[in-house]
Design a protein around this ligand. Structure first.
Ligand code: NAP
Length: 516
């Protein structure tokens, strides 16, 4: 029997009382550990975080809470090697791909620690200047931001068990709001281990960080009006969260990060072999293969001038053919596996769904796996599709295949390209590749309304740019419409979600006494 991982709620470790769900190695098919949340007293868990941990966090200043984050980052850094082992075993990722998750998490924590330190020893944040409400400013309105008196329920997707936890927990804890994290079951081990390491080190006030691994049953029911829920996952589950009475009736604040049909756009006027052409090809290949395409920000649609359709197809296919796929423990393997056989089936289904309106430009499904059994491993080589009739290929703008799959889409002119990008109905990110600064700037602003982020790659930033799909804590993560309508990160803007803004209407003398 495999080990049953404990949950941490109400300030203590507690095992579920059921048989649990087995987590497996997606390459070898072997059982790893089990998770189970049966029998937990969720009312007690949420009450403890709300009434014991939250006041302890709020008693601290922003600088003191920032110091907690720095200590957490240090603790995780010390245990980094064990996280890599878990990621290889439970997510099937090669070292570079595990780094995106693990080192990305530690970097994000460290960044929030630095930003929090700069906020200083205050417990309330000033929000703008006072505005006069009466003659000679005898009575004024001063907005302030204070921590919400609730808990943050953080529900995560399977693809980022480390970063998904800390990109949410860092701003929440810095704001003074305790966190209850619910990792996706398939890859819950890494999340649980990180929480275990932090809790057991006694770095945080009791109950400030809880983990519930296993079924999500009852979690949303436990939320009260001043709590928040921040969700990352599929559009279907997002719809359940939005319509749950906690959100729909009790006004629990919800942030939703859902799926997204992100695009890369090679600007008109570029020619085969130009710098921008090469930069786009490189980024498309990187995005299709990093984490086997299991990134919410991955490039799904590649928009290119009609005349370059064949040249881009050949260039991308040539590089994809060099990508070895298989057991992440094997020397030379560049791309590991998907998170599970269920995900593999979903990727096959997605490719089939796009089949009617696309042609196959590169089919990695046929390539042999390195040191992995195709009957067992959740591995698949990259697949490049092409939609010659961009307007008619409705599925390309609607079906997110969550794996190493992208579609090449030819456009007539810039207006057509921008219209196609907008057909994602709201995305996390679109990247632009061009050498005319004014032209890419104009295109970036045209796209901004439907994108959470626009990543502009000109030859001048060939080496400096941070990558289409990499989510940096300095930039907002989240997109409108189909992408869920959420906003995370973006520096200290992230704290807004965990704060309550209030307008204090008073005399200037009282406002001066607020200590802002
Ligand atoms: P999912 O099936 O929707 O699951 C997401 C999380 O929700 C899991 O923790 C899941 O727990 C939990 N959950 C399921 N039903 C629930 C319910 N009724 N109430 C509360 N929680 C519930 O998504 P996934 O398959 O893990 O993730 C893949 C999707 O996430 C992709 O579509 C991808 O685009 C999207 N994604 C988006 C972002 C972003 O930032 N925008 C980032 C990463 C991924 P269980 O695992 O126990 O079912």
């Amino acid at each position: 029997m495999t080990e049953l991982l404990a949950n941490h709620v109400a300030g203590r470790w507690q095992q579920g009382t059921g048989p649990g769900t087995v987590l497996t190695d997606p390459v070898l098919g072997t059982a790893l550990v089990r998770v189970d949340a049966t029998g937990l007293d969720l009312a007690e868990a949420f009450a403890f975080a709300r009434h014991t941990a939250a006041p302890a966090l709020r008693a601290m200043t922003y600088r003191e809470r920032a110091a907690l984050l720095a200590a957490v980052a240090q603790r995780l850094q010390a245990h980094r090697d064990s996280y890599y082992e878990i990621a290889t075993a439970n997510s099937g990722t090669v070292r570079n791909d595990s780094a995106v998750d693990i080192d990305g998490a530690i970097f994000t924590l460290g960044q929030y620690a630095r930003w929090g330190e700069a906020l200083g020893d205050v417990r309330v944040l000033r929000d703008g200047d006072a505005a006069s409400l009466a003659r000679e400013a005898a009575f004024v309105s001063q907005h302030v931001q204070v921590p919400r008196h609730g808990v943050a329920l953080c529900i995560n997707a399977f693809n980022f068990p480390a970063w998904g936890l800390w990109e949410k927990a860092a701003p929440a804890l810095l704001s003074g709001v305790p966190v209850i994290v619910k990792p996706a079951t398939a890859t819950a081990w890494l999340t649980q281990r990180m929480v275990r390491d932090v809790v057991d080190a006694g770095l945080l006030p009791a109950g400030a960080l809880s983990v519930i691994a296993g079924s999500s049953a009852g979690l949303m029911d436990a939320l009260q009006p001043l709590d928040v829920v921040t969700f990352t996952g599929s559009a279907e589950t997002a719809a359940l969260i939005r319509s749950h009475p906690a959100v729909a009736q009790r006004s629990v604040r919800a942030n939703i990060e859902a799926d997204s049909l992100n695009a890369a756009l090679l600007m008109p006027g570029e020619v085969q072999g130009s710098d921008a052409f090469g930069l786009l090809v490189r980024e498309v290949v990187r995005e299709m293969t990093a984490k086997s395409g299991q990134k919410c920000t991955a490039i799904r649609r590649v928009l290119v001038p009609q005349a370059l359709y064949g040249a881009v197809a050949d260039a991308v296919a040539a590089q994809l053919a060099q990508v070895s796929v298989g057991n992440p423990r094997s020397e030379g393997v560049r791309m590991g596996s998907l998170a599970s056989r269920a995900q593999l089936q979903s990727v096959h289904d997605g490719i089939a769904a796009l089949g009617a309106c696309t042609e196959l430009l590169h089919d990695g499904r046929l390539q042999p796996l390195v040191d992995a059994d195709p009957q067992v491993a959740a591995c698949i080589g990259p697949v490049l599709l092409g939609a010659r009739d961009a307007d008619a290929a409705a599925a390309v703008h609607d079906v997110e295949v969550f794996g190493p799959v992208a579609t090449l889409v030819p456009y007539r002119d810039l207006d057509h390209a921008l219209a196609l990008a907008h057909r994602g109905q709201g995305s996390l990110v679109t990247s632009l590749y061009g050498s005319d600064d004014a032209a890419v700037a104009g295109a970036a602003l045209s796209l901004a309304a439907s994108q959470g982020r626009v990543h502009v790659v000109t030859p001048a930033v060939a080496k400096a740019h941070t990558g289409h799909g990499n989510v940096m804590p300095m930039s907002q993560h989240g997109g409108p419409g189909r992408a869920g309508g959420g906003a995370e990160l973006g520096g200290l803007r992230a704290l807004d979600f965990y704060h309550q803004r209030s307008a204090i209407q008073a005399s200037p003398a009282v406002v001066a006494s607020l200590g802002l």
